[in-house]
Write a protein that binds this ligand. Structure first.
Ligand code: CMP
Length: 143
């Protein structure tokens, strides 16, 4: 079963929309297999956003993601990586459709409420950066 890494960013946590976001993925039919509220250390933020190292906004990105608690999650389900990206909407909230998370709750590209893995490779990398295998649950015996 496919897994993805999703994270409510500090702006989403501060605005008390963790429940709203979790609820959208639950209602869609995905299963939450891991979650933690945490403050990201700088070295983890730099690793997580390593592909943006050369971008002019890299410093701002790391400063923001480490500025307050985030809610890190692993979700499982059919085609969850692409579907979660659709449900999140465009990276820049000004381009995101109403009905998507960023379209409904985001205002700026920096404070865009949620992060989600963009491919199977990044999902595996990001899940392993944030979670140990024993922190993830297994529902298969119930089904
Ligand atoms: P995310 O999906 O977490 O992955 C990289 C992040 O970089 C992206 O969401 C945006 O929040 C952020 N980002 C992209 N472009 C800019 C920009 N021009 N200025 C600040 N942050 C940006």
């Amino acid at each position: 079963m496919e897994r993805t890494f999703l994270m409510v960013k500090p702006d989403g946590v501060q605005r008390n929309i963790i429940g709203e976001i979790v609820s959208r993925f639950e209602r869609k039919g995905f299963q939450l297999v891991g979650a933690k509220l945490m403050q990201i250390p700088t070295n983890l933020a730099e690793q997580h956003y390593g592909e943006h190292k050369e971008k002019p906004f890299f410093g701002e990105l790391v400063d923001f993601i480490t500025s307050g608690p985030v809610f890190a999650m692993v979700w499982e389900g059919e085609n969850v990586i692409a579907t979660a990206r659709q449900m999140m909407g465009s990276t820049n909230p000004k381009d995101a459709q109403p009905g998507t998370i960023r379209g409904d709750f985001g205002l700026t590209v920096g404070k865009n409420v949620i992060h989600g893995s963009d491919s199977p490779e990044s999902a595996e990398r990001e899940i392993n950066l944030f979670f140990k295998e024993e922190e993830l649950v297994n529902y298969s015996k119930l089904m």
